[in-house]
Design a protein around this ligand. Sequence first.
Ligand SMILES: [Cu+2]
Length: 270
Amino acid sequence: MIRTFVLLGVVGGLIVAYLTTFGVGPTGQLPPPESLLTKFRAEGVVPKNVDLAIDETPEDLSVFQVPQTDEAMLKAAEASYEKMLSGMNMDMGSGDGKMDMGSDNAAMNSDNAAMNGGNGSMNSGNGSMNMASGEMPKAEGGLMFMPDGPYDREITLTMSEWKFDKMKIDVKPGERIKFTVKNGGQIPHEFMFMSPPLMNAVKYRATRADWNLFEHEALYERALVLPGGEFTFVMQVQQPGTWMFMCMLPYHMEMGMMGQMATKGMAMDM
Ligand SMILES: [Cu+2]
């Protein structure tokens, strides 16, 4: 009797082993036919295609992510950006990747070297000024910046979203102007003066995939002005020309925070 059970067990085991190893035909190992998949999807047994899409929403803030609140701003800014720069009528031979912006400034620098030397006494004790080069006074691109000193007239410039209260400033060669720059807005801004060659550099970078507005050179730069904050400096116009002043925080300039300062007949269409 026991032999019968052992025999049944052995035979049964062999049958199960055979079925699990060889008993399933090749067709049984293929994916289910499309109709079956459709049926299962309809029944919700397997996820639909759309459910398998990768969610590309970044999980943390990175330098490449645009905060949702900024998207509308950026759209408006992008729409106006090309128009704004093309209106400035700069010919820089876009696309050849070569910039010829250093030579003019270099010449200006050498012209002004004597002036810098002559004003050496003004340089002392002003290391806290937030100038682009860290030096005071600084002369470049036809403008000279000093922390203070004698001046011919005063200009107060108030920043807000998204403009300066004066978008066009007329100046005369040689005059010294005391600027008071205020942030009358609700958010931080920055302030800088740029020459057309430096703006060309910005325009050039704007055509590149690795464009970064934080990469720029300015004749004068105050990196952060908090709401309600203000600062002053004295600027001398050293030669006829045109210059831009702006806030270059992301999308601020494109939204309108760029004005022009020019001597007579030198202003560009903007
Ligand atoms: Cu700003």
